[in-house]
Design a protein around this ligand. Structure first.
Ligand code: HEC
Length: 156
């Protein structure tokens, strides 16, 4: 009996897909720190009462920390789609589009996804940002982005 060939084909294909995923990862980060800070204000006003000030210390499901299940939304776009229609639970669908993106950025930041200076939205990057969890990022840290003239000043 000969070994079915599917397995021999699948392994290289899986590796190739993984390779593409890794190569695409740096470009797929991102939101603006200012956007997430605006989102924090929205969160404090409209979400914190149920989800808690630390995002995992309210009576509603945790949105960050070890107990959260937000990775089920898969991408930043998926999270946005959910919360812009389903939240806040006491006034569903009432967020403006800007506020919904801002609060999405804030939830990403609370889950360790770093700001990269690109505005988070469906026309830029949101479909490519996988939801992962991790320690909250520091939104006041400077973005690693160097203007051309500054870079030139640092030449020896
Ligand atoms: C009145 C309480 C309440 C408020 C206010 C509220 N939520 Fe929720 N949230 C819930 C409840 C309860 C659930 C569980 C699902 C449901 O009942 O619809 C939930 C679920 C979620 C989920 C899905 C979590 C998961 O893993 O399933 C997200 C994301 C979320 N809320 C985000 C927000 C955001 C962002 C805001 C503010 C704009 C907000 N919520 C405001 C009560 C609230």
């Amino acid at each position: 009996m000969s070994v079915p060939s599917a397995r021999r084909v699948m392994v290289p294909v899986a590796l190739a897909v993984l390779g593409l995923g890794l190569a695409a990862a740096p470009a797929a980060q991102g939101y603006q720190a200012e956007q997430a800070l605006a989102g924090r204000a929205v969160f404090e006003q409209r979400c914190q009462g149920c989800h808690g000030g630390n995002l995992d210390d309210g009576r509603a499901p945790a949105l960050a920390g070890p107990a959260t299940n937000i990775t089920r939304f898969e991408t930043a776009q998926g999270l946005f789609d959910y919360l812009s229609v389903r939240m806040p639970a006491n006034d569903r669908g009432s967020l403006t589009v800007n506020d919904a993106w801002a609060v999405t950025a804030y939830i990403l930041s609370a889950n360790g996804i770093e700001a990269d200076g690109e505005v988070l939205s469906s026309i830029t990057n949101a479909k490519e940002i996988p939801l992962t969890t991790g320690a909250p990022t520091d939104l006041t840290a400077p973005v690693e982005e160097q203007p051309m003239d500054e870079a030139a000043d640092q030449e020896p």
